[in-house]
Design a protein around this ligand. Structure first.
Ligand SMILES: NC(=O)c1ccc[n+]([C@@H]2O[C@H](COP(=O)([O-])OP(=O)(O)OC[C@H]3O[C@@H](n4cnc5c(N)ncnc54)[C@H](O)[C@@H]3O)[C@@H](O)[C@H]2O)c1
Length: 355
């Protein structure tokens, strides 16, 4: 691929660390005509070669460190397991790159703070891949929020439940030391961000949370493999503007649907619902309100708004100097809330958050 664009400007050179969801990053970056995915890194040699061959990427590295030492990257996608997000992000800033880090931002808020401090020191951007903001349904609702359709949000409930969607036992997802937590930090993080983003990221003040593992515990014990995180978490979050939000997430729950994602927010003028269709990964959006004495249901028809990948929009922000669409500062607020939920679950008391 040529290194300059039709406008004569240099393409953004992107490197990807971790090639699970990292493959989706390659496709997302390739949506943008002024981006070149220039290098990939993964310790799994077979996967590295397979992905390199599939996407025509010649610069392949067995480690993030080797890829960053080779230099020449403008942006790095951090897509390794959660445990490595902070180290890879700090190293990428050291190497002079901007970072798009996968969710969750980090293992905890302390790490998130260190990542933001490093971004400021390096004068680089840090964005978190809160990918559920980028669906047409989410974008359509956000445009209505920004137009003032809902008034002030005062209550919400945002959930992602799976009937049986436990990751394999013995892998990194079920290992606290590598993942930081279970269904909450994996799935809940998306629905939490989506609700907060639509609410305008109010400041959280306290949290009451609980975690459980009744289904995973028995299955893991029978498998003889490690699984030391929750299979379900729930929390009530209160904000400084008086609003409250319930968040629920599970990898295993005895519910009707295989996969249930719903975000409901109630505003002083109208309510919204963003939910998945057919227990899958397509979404739609509804608005419920009252108009001249009648109760009105509005269904936003797809395509609500053209939606690009997070990578496309991040590239545009870097190239134009515009705001980036899911900043690290918001990732840190999510981490503060997750820390408080896990602490509340541990101690059995509400936990105050001071930001
Ligand atoms: N935004 C989303 O919707 C979404 C979806 C899936 C995963 N994720 C996030 O992406 C990250 C990776 O998840 P995944 O599902 O791709 O996991 P995965 O296990 O499928 O893939 C992780 C890849 O990283 C590689 N890896 C492991 N240690 C590494 C290291 N130290 N340096 C470089 N590469 C390393 C592994 O070999 C593997 O190829 C997690 O943080 C996860 O939460 C986000």
């Amino acid at each position: 691929m040529p290194t300059t664009t039709a406008r004569g400007t240099r393409r953004l050179r992107v490197g990807i660390i971790g090639l699970g969801i990292g493959r989706k990053h390659i496709e997302g970056w390739q949506e943008h005509p002024e981006v070149e995915v220039a290098a990939i890194a993964d310790p799994d040699a077979q996967r590295l070669d397979a992905v390199g061959a599939e996407y025509g990427i010649a610069a392949r590295f067995a480690s993030a460190e080797a890829m960053l030492a080779a230099g020449g990257l403008d942006v790095v996608s951090v897509c390794a397991p959660n445990k490595f997000h902070m180290a890879h992000t700090l190293a990428a800033f050291e190497a002079g790159a901007h970072v798009l880090c996968e969710k969750p931002m980090a293992m905890n808020a302390d790490e998130g703070r260190a990542m933001l401090a490093a971004a400021r020191r390096a004068g680089k951007r840090l964005m978190i891949n809160f990918s559920y903001r980028f669906s047409a349904a989410s974008r359509g609702l956000k445009a209505q929020v920004d137009a003032g359709v809902f008034g002030e949000f005062y209550f919400g409930r945002s959930v992602w439940h799976r009937r049986r969607g436990l990751p394999g036992f013995g892998g990194w997802f079920g290992t606290k030391a590598l993942a930081g937590g279970g269904a909450l930090i994996d799935l809940g993080v998306h629905r939490l961000d989506l609700a907060l983003w639509l609410m305008g990221y109010p400041t959280p003040t306290w949290v009451l949370g609980s975690t459980h593992d009744p289904i995973a515990r028995g299955l893991a014990a029978r498998s003889g493999k490690l699984f030391d995180v929750e299979d379900l978490a729930a929390a009530l979050i209160r904000f400084d503007n008086g609003a409250t939000l319930i968040v629920e997430a599970s990898w295993a729950a005895n519910i009707q649907q295989a996969e249930l994602m719903e975000t409901r927010l109630l505003g002083t003028k109208a309510g919204l619902l963003q939910k998945n269709l057919d227990e899958g990964y397509r979404f739609d959006a509804h608005i419920f309100t009252e108009h001249h004495g009648a109760q009105l249901d509005i269904h936003l028809q797809p395509p609500v708004l053209p939606a690009h990948s997070a990578m496309h929009d991040y590239a545009t922000a870097i190239l134009t100097g515009g705001d980036h669409p899911a900043p690290g500062e918001e990732g840190l607020i999510v981490m503060e809330i997750l820390d408080a939920i896990y602490e509340s679950a541990r101690c059995g008391e509400p936990v105050r958050i001071s930001i």
